[in-house]
Design a protein around this ligand. Sequence first.
Ligand SMILES: *Cc1c(COP(=O)(O)O)cnc(C)c1O
Length: 396
Amino acid sequence: MGIYLDNAATTKMSRTAINAMLPYMDGIYGNPSSLHSAGQAANEALTDARGRIAKLLGCEAREITFPSGGSEADNQAIVSAARMGERKGKRHIVSTAIEHHAVLHTLNALQKQGFEITLLDVPENGYVTSEQVRDAIRPDTCLVTVMYANNEIGTVQPIAEIGAVCRERGVLFHTDAVQAVGHLVIDVKAQNIDLLSLSAHKFHGPKGIGALYARKGVLLTNLIEGGAQERGKRAGTENIPAIMGMAAAMEEACSNLGANAAKLTALRDRLIAGLSEIPHSILNGDPLQRLPGNVNFCFEGIEGESLLLLLDDKGIAASSGSACTSGSLDPSHVLLAIGRVHDIAHGSLRLSLSEENTEEEIDYTIGAVKEVVAYLRSISPIWRDLVSGKKEFLIK
Ligand SMILES: *Cc1c(COP(=O)(O)O)cnc(C)c1O
């Protein structure tokens, strides 16, 4: 039995997405920059996909470009806003401590170039307020970048409120919406978003393709030098099959948004209720302001890696947090930012659901996690010290 509960890391491609790609690997394989009809057929597909994706975000087709995924989109959005700011002598950027590394590492690079970065603290539930953003904006602020929904603890931020504050203060607003697209309602105009990153493989589309929305008037800085593709904003022959797969997957996810969210929320809350029965466990992230498919717990006296390996033995694919930090021994920066101490942060488990998961799978998973946590505690010297009172429990 295989139960896949790591959809925040990546998703299985949908049949719709695969079918949308096949014609462009087989029959229509021209280069959209070519003048002959084979090239023009590919170019028409590109135009079609751009329009469909723009429509789903509430923007114009020419405001969309196609980077290689969420990481590239985040890099380009932030660097572009920084370059625009720099030209006006504005070198201050506001963000949060719980952003994805594609954002945080880009900000680190800018800091080395003389930018000043304010990372907003988040409270235990991981929720950033528009008041915090308002208070952090200065006359020399050129960009606010706050993720739409967190990939580890699932917290959904008040994007429209933050957008309104940024617009009022004349500061560009970027949001990493990689976890939100296909799961939450997005309207870039109504939410006052200037730059938005998304990635196809997080909503049952192909890997290695994403989209960047940049509002008219926001000048994108080229990260890839070369040809004049994407109006000179992103060199390289366009990945038409992936772009077509992304458009199809996004339409499918967005057209089923309400039904999927209701199903996922029910499964999520069932899983949360089951895992909350484990003694000395705590739910990470806000119980309500969270992605419909995200569950994240810390279990005291547990080592996350062992938990994952034993769950894998039971046929369950889970994660300790970010796919990018798993494999390293550093605890998650997100869990540390919401106030979990190192020992507790090490005992984390993220389960991220898809519409294909069933109640039976959720119930099996609850049983398996209970069993594995009890087993790991039974062989843990730390747990023995906690139970005997030699050490104090951090999670009541
Ligand atoms: C997955 C993810 C990314 C990176 O997207 P890629 O397409 O894998 O480069 C960025 N931000 C968030 C929030 C993510 O979940």
